[in-house]
Write a protein that binds this ligand. Sequence first.
Ligand SMILES: *Cc1c(COP(=O)(O)O)cnc(C)c1O
Length: 395
Amino acid sequence: MIPVNEPLFISDEKKYLEKCIDEGWVSSDGSFVKEFEEGFSKYVGRKYGVAVSSGTAALEVAVGALGIKEGDEVIMPSFTIISCVLAVVNYGAVPVFIDSDPETFTIDVTKIEERITEKTKAIMAVHIYGHPCDMDPILEIAKKHNLLVIEDAAEAHGAEYLPDGRQGKGNPPSLEAMARQRKCGSFGDISIFSFYANKIITTGEGGMVLTDNEEYAERARSLRNLAFGKGEKRYHHEELARNYRMTNLQAALGVAQLNNIDKLVNIKINNAKKYTELLKDVKGLTLPIEKEWAKNVYWMYGVVLDPPSHEASARQGESLGMTAEDFAKKLLEAGVQTRPFFYPMHLQPVFEKYNKGNFPVSEKLARYGLYLPSGMALKESQIKEVVEAIKKILH
Ligand SMILES: *Cc1c(COP(=O)(O)O)cnc(C)c1O
């Protein structure tokens, strides 16, 4: 069986973990936590990093740090993980879902403005499967309407956005544009990453909140740690917050992984190149792309089956176009593990009351999309096996 994900530990992970155990520093008070926060925020290009216990916790802390509260509206894509919505509804705020761009699967920036109301407080931009959102229009809309931007870069460690790259690949971008090329996670008023085991670098479970704003960073530190008071007032609480601290053991893994991050990012990109090279002539399958303004890190190699054409489905009924579910079953029989795409948030029974609008792209992605084995430990021979299995099924 070729697993959909397998992490890779090829740096000082063991050595640093041993150091924690030998020295007895296993809680969040150990020195690796600070080292990881400083190292990772520097890597992304942000002033402050606040390490937490998961990406989900990071989103909740970020929403809280910005002061989003009951009745506020937060614009976000429907095609994302539940953590994004959870963070918002936990504060009594209202998620406003937007459909996706059919090529990048990220939020459709042309649909944002029509959903802005007096209550809108923020836009949550989620980079999907390693491909950045189109940040410039998002930042422009936010500025125009005085909104905050929360950036979820959980799937986009090392991904970059090149704003003026839109003149096309043949045309080299200006020096000024190159200077504006920045890593995902450096654009929002606040941004988050996850270090779950299948993310580009991992701490097992873990996350981080990043910002350039000192006040948000201070609030994030408080919100990850039970909102303890300062100094003498330690056990006085002015608001409620949970324990979302990252342990020194997790951070030790993080520091070791971070030492290797360029290598890990390149593994993802190279594996994607191999898949694309081998799959590009297969009919009926759309492969992931890289916009001219983006550096895609291909966190997961997502493919989308062509839906049945209108004439064909009229003739032969629904059975013609294979769904991702059928495709996944056949791949599994051939020894290839896959994962379905996100099931859109507007269709979740728990979020029924927020299902407003039309979401044809997210619904199509959910029905026809899945991702192939994309782990760090994936071998070239396994990529070939996956491709062979696909070709047999789709011949
Ligand atoms: C993985 C992920 C998260 C949540 O991270 P956890 O560490 O698993 O809680 C949040 N947002 C996105 C887009 C993710 O892919």
